[in-house]
Design a protein around this ligand. Structure first.
Ligand code: AMP
Length: 282
């Protein structure tokens, strides 16, 4: 497995791979790899000739006062996990070479980036689309893999790829959870034992909402208030929303079909997100 730090070197390799008709599967990450990331890497390994994983903590997607400086980093461990999974190349640029002095080009997708997490984290998704667009230009993948854990992000990436006519297939894979339901996240590393117990409430509250809907409850305010009860006061809710799974706009009534229940909340100082797609039968 090779570790590439320079954009030009990554581009040279990608160009050669493309010319030799190798399919490139790409998994963009911010490192601190866990089995959620590994599920994407495994799928890429199954589907593609060459697997490239990027490890880059993207400063553009962190707001002031967020955890950019503290974000867990362990390049050695990440590389050994990647190697064990049969990754061919790790692209790990440093942020000065990725965004040289004076860097000023951004990619924005509009309204989708303002909903849910975008409301509490203005500019976050502009940072995400900008880094992913640039990574796509450098790595030139045939297929890129994302997790449903960041559902809003995956919608935004799909829209960007579609609207900018990027010739890349986007695959979104299910959320990998601990046995107790907690969604795996690099940020779980910030939590102590007690907080892990609290963090489990996020999934429990989503399951509660799902259960109510599947048992026939159609009153959105009642579903949300019962779901909130699972969280409060232990989790400080940022948002809990039952929304359209394409537009992310809150729903006012429930009909048959898929809906997204999305949640962000603080456990101590750590902001966690989770979501669930519910298919409402006719
Ligand atoms: P991150 O390193 O947090 O930026 O995540 C990199 C990719 O891994 C994103 O596409 C995430 O959605 C995905 N991912 C993170 N956690 C999980 C998880 N628990 N299950 C599945 N995918 C995940």
């Amino acid at each position: 497995m090779r570790i590439i730090k320079e954009i030009w070197e990554m581009q040279t390799i990608s160009k050669q791979l493309r010319q030799s008709k190798k399919t490139i599967g790409f998994v963009p990450t911010m490192g601190a790899l866990h089995p959620g990331h590994m599920s994407l890497i495994k799928k890429a390994r199954r589907d593609c000739n060459t697997v490239i994983v990027s490890i880059f903590v993207n400063p553009l997607q962190f707001g002031p006062g967020e955890d950019y400086e503290q974000y867990p980093k362990d390049m050695e461990r990440d590389c050994s996990l990647a190697r064990e999974e049969g990754v061919d190349l790790v692209f790990a640029p440093d942020h000065h070479s990725f965004y040289p002095q004076g860097y000023s080009t951004h990619v924005e997708v509009g309204d989708l980036g303002d909903a849910l997490c975008g409301e509490a984290r203005p500019g976050h998704f502009r940072g995400v689309t900008t880094v992913v667009a640039k990574l796509f230009n450098v790595v030139r993948p045939n297929v890129a893999y994302f997790g449903q854990k960041d559902y809003q992000q995956s919608l935004i990436i799909r829209k960007m790829v579609d609207e900018l006519a990027m010739d890349i297939e986007i695959e979104v894979l299910p959320i990998v959870r601990r046995r107790d339901g907690l969604a795996l996240s690099s940020r779980n590393a910030y939590l102590d034992k007690e907080q892990i117990r609290t963090a489990r409430l996020l999934y429990q509250s989503l399951k509660k909402a799902q259960e109510l809907i599947l048992n026939g409850e159609r009153e959105i305010s009642s579903i949300l208030s019962q779901s909130r009860e699972v969280l409060e006061p232990m989790v400080q809710i940022d948002y809990l929303s039952i929304c359209d799974y394409h537009t992310l706009q809150p729903l006012t009534q429930l009909d048959s079909g898929k809906v997204l229940i999305a949640l962000a909340g603080f456990v101590g100082k750590t902001r966690l997100i989770d979501n669930i797609l519910v298919d409402i039968p006719k």
